[in-house]
Design a binder for this molecule. Sequence first.
Ligand code: SF4
Length: 365
Amino acid sequence: MKHTKIHHIYEKVAHGVTISRSESKTLYKQAPLSTLMFLAHQRRKAQTNPDYVGWIVDRNVNITNGCFSQCTFCNFCVKPGDQNEYITTMDQYREKITKLFSLGGNQLLLQGGMHPKLGLSFYTKLFSDLKAEFPELKLHALGPAEIQFMAQKAKLSNRKVLEELTSAGMDSLPGAGAEILVDRVRNIISPRKCNSQQWLDVMLEAHQMGLVTSATMMFGHVETLEERIEHLFRLREVQSQKPDDAPGFVTFIPWPFMSEGTQLLQQQPNIKPVMSAEYIKMLALSRIILDNISNLQASLLTVGKDIAQTCLFAGANDLGSIMIEENVVSSAGVRRTIEKNTLTDTIEKAGFKPRLRNQAYEFVD
Ligand code: SF4
């Protein structure tokens, strides 16, 4: 049989050899879906326990919906000062945290918007108040865009802002706001947010400090395949620079752009939804490229149960959270929450053992 370029790439992947950007593109374009899934699943089995699939109970709470950034893909935020603006109150946190604890979770995923009136001192007070009242609570909070925004506003370094926030009670830093880490794309969909290098610089600093972080990608809007691949390679590069004993990016979570009702769809009506096969292919390619990030999460919330199960044979080893609240996604036309039993059944019916984990991806059951 003739040994073609694509077979050479298959062999490299099968032997755990890192592939280049152009080989990644060839793989994505030429490999049948089943082959890509097989290769990614082999990588997943080599990197993680092949029998286990992780999940977590946590709660997404938005600190405020007022955001100066006005990203065109976001249906959730309002302009600061808008009559519908809110800032979550301590009583509301209490109620949400009590519900979270009653469901067996202990982590809040605290997200933006970026409100011009809320600076570093607001967040340090919020985190220390929450920790004073709920010492066992874990705060997976903010993201590189918020850190960079606060640092710029207070004329401080990213390091100083991260130190202040962790002293106040922040436990880990989500990889929110990555979208696609290529400035051509960011200038279209989120021109007021930090640029790609600023996002990566915050993560480099967080890794130097030993903070647990995650990496994400929102795809299926104005980006090209080459730009998706560039995004993955930039994450890989940052991960390769973390200290050996630092956790760095503990996971990668890609999700498809949900376009319904967004300004971005109005501006770019040719955007087509990401179909299941494309999502699974991207997930598999992510597992192959990101060979220095152990965990890969399929977004059950956005792709649904059946596709999520298929993803467990395409490189994914985690199905995320029962997610009690998800405002940015639900505001864009997706209203999925999932019960604990549904999530664990989904994992078991795919032939794996569900393992409850914490944000650092340590099993806790
Ligand atoms: S995605 Fe985040 S940063 Fe962008 S407008 Fe929405 S809340 Fe603000």
